[in-house]
Design a protein around this ligand. Structure first.
Ligand code: SF4
Length: 110
């Protein structure tokens, strides 16, 4: 599951510096060493890409469409990840946290 202390214990990396093809502006949290290690993506809505298995219940259930797919070829857990491209729209319903099969998502620090 996601490290709940990611923002305090990991190095901040702007998503533009992660090498992923993401059209959004948010912070990721290291280590980020593609393709095998991708870190935690987002801060208010944070997805641990190294835990995410790319099954998509967060995309399907989020009422305000916070997530989009990004391809992550070569990652050992899955080759697509749910990117919190629009985390500012989150209404804290916690559905994504509840439906994630691998506890890869943390909303607002818990
Ligand atoms: Fe979407 Fe709710 Fe998750 Fe926020 S907490 S990203 S609104 S599903």
């Amino acid at each position: 599951s996601i490290d709940p202390n990611f923002a305090a214990s990991r190095e901040r990396t702007p998503v533009a510096e992660t090498g992923l093809d993401v059209d959004a502006d948010y912070d990721a949290w290291g280590p980020v060493e593609p393709p095998e290690t991708l870190g935690v993506h987002g801060t208010h809505v944070a997805v641990d890409f190294d835990v995410c298995t790319g099954e998509g219940p967060c995309l399907e259930n989020c009422p305000v469409d916070v997530f989009e797919w990004v391809e992550t070829p070569g990652h050992p857990a899955s080759e697509v990840k749910a990117v919190p491209v629009d985390e500012a729209q989150c209404i804290d319903c916690m559905l994504c946290v509840d439906v994630c099969p691998v506890d890869a998502i943390d909303v607002d620090g818990g």
